[in-house]
Write a protein that binds this ligand. Structure first.
Ligand code: F3S
Length: 384
């Protein structure tokens, strides 16, 4: 990979150990993936935040770094809500470690807004190069916005934030963004069907890039968010297109490989919501519109089971009256964290969610049984 004179000096340690380490990470990645050079990026989103996932080694690594990041850098959800971790049942020991991680990031100039929906608070546009880490944020940025990012591991995203650049390979190159499989949907989808669809297609296609053709309707951005999150979780894709909707859909010819999905395949994702102990909504973190739908349903009702709704602190503060209505029902709105990366869900045996991504990860990462249903059925069950 070509390095210019300044980049070479950084690589040789002339600007200090931290920048040298960061450049070494980027060069190693560039070599593996045959990048031709480094390209400037607009922002980084770093996914190694929860103490549950990065542990002591991650904390020590962060403490070893010196200096400040060069471009806007944001964090993925942490293991707790910074203001309400006691209510979540988080131990003091875990909280202390988690706070130390956030402090270490803060010291490096990283914004400690912990969310997997950074696009609600940090404006990005079509063609922007990014180094984002969390899979649902990555697929949303690539597919719905038309920005360009690989799915970066935490050290690579942080290294890119320090250098302000990332190796030019994968999703940064237009020729790698062409759809590979056409997915025809000939029936009408509703609400969480998009998450179910992403879950099913991801399992069938792995990390291939699909282009969806919806014969019956145009999905909203929230529906595309749910589709992408599930698709990247069950399969690993970092990009999808939707004919006549997503920004790059017309830039490529349609692929020959084709699959079609039947309603029964989606129905099979929906599960038995009996004896659930926790209802978890907001994976990815809720948008303002999703909070509005939840508030509308819960207005005047009381929940009878633990009901956790996750959103960014930014949107929680922006939607105070909705938050008030939702919390009056007894449901809790948590920020900075989520049901998958926090240890809080470990104490429950069965979780009901409207997220295809949570359905995919809860059994393996939290060792809890997960079942899936649409938003309204999840909220109905919460009130029964
Ligand atoms: Fe976000 Fe956590 Fe789901 S990071 S996409 S809420 S698993």
């Amino acid at each position: 990979m070509y390095l210019n004179r300044v980049e070479e000096k950084i690589y040789n340690g002339e600007f200090g150990v931290t920048l040298q380490k960061c450049m070494e990470i980027l060069v190693a990645l560039g070599k593996i993936y045959e990048a031709d050079r480094l390209i400037p990026i607009k922002s980084a989103q770093i996914s190694g935040v929860s103490y549950k996932t990065i542990g002591e080694a991650g904390l020590e690594y962060l403490k070893s770094l010196k200096g400040k990041v060069k471009i806007p850098a944001l964090l993925n959800p942490a293991g707790l809500d910074r203001k309400r971790w006691i209510e979540m049942g988080i131990s003091k020991e875990f909280a202390a470690k988690q706070m130390a991680i956030l402090k270490a990031y803060e010291k490096l100039g990283v914004k400690t807004t912990c969310t997997c929906t950074p696009y609600y608070l940090h404006r990005i546009k079509k063609g922007d190069h990014l180094a984002w880490g969390e899979s649902s944020a990555v697929i949303y940025a690539n597919s719905v916005i038309g920005a360009m990012t690989n799915r970066e591991g935490a050290p690579a995203a942080l290294a890119a934030a320090f250098i302000g650049k990332t190796p030019n390979y994968g999703m940064h190159r237009k020729e790698n963004r062409a759809p590979q499989v056409l997915v025809e949907i000939k029936f009408k989808l509703q609400d969480s069907d998009y998450a179910a669809l992403g879950y099913v297609v991801g399992k069938q296609l792995g990390d291939k890039i699909p282009i969806f053709i919806f014969a019956e309707q145009k999905p909203t951005k929230d529906e595309l968010k749910a589709l992408g999150a599930a698709l990247s979780a069950s399969g690993g894709a970092a990009l999808f297109h939707v004919k006549d909707i997503t920004p790059e859909n017309a830039d490529y010819t349609l692929p020959r490989e084709k699959i079609s999905i039947e309603p029964k395949e989606l129905e099979d994702v929906y599960g038995d919501a009996e004896d659930v102990e926790l209802i978890a909504i907001g994976c990815p973190h809720c948008s303002s519109y999703e909070l509005k739908k939840i508030a509308k349903f819960l207005d005047g009702k009381k929940v009878k089971r633990d009901t956790w709704i996750f959103t960014s602190r930014y949107l929680k503060e922006k939607n105070r009256s909705l938050v008030k209505k939702i919390e009056k029902s007894g449901a809790k709105i948590y920020c900075d964290t989520c049901v998958v990366v926090s240890p809080a869900a470990e104490g429950f045996s069965k979780v009901l969610t409207n997220s295809g991504k949570a359905l995919n990860y809860l059994p393996s990462l939290q060792r809890v049984e997960a079942c899936f249903n649409n938003l309204i059925n999840c909220l109905r069950r919460a009130c029964e």
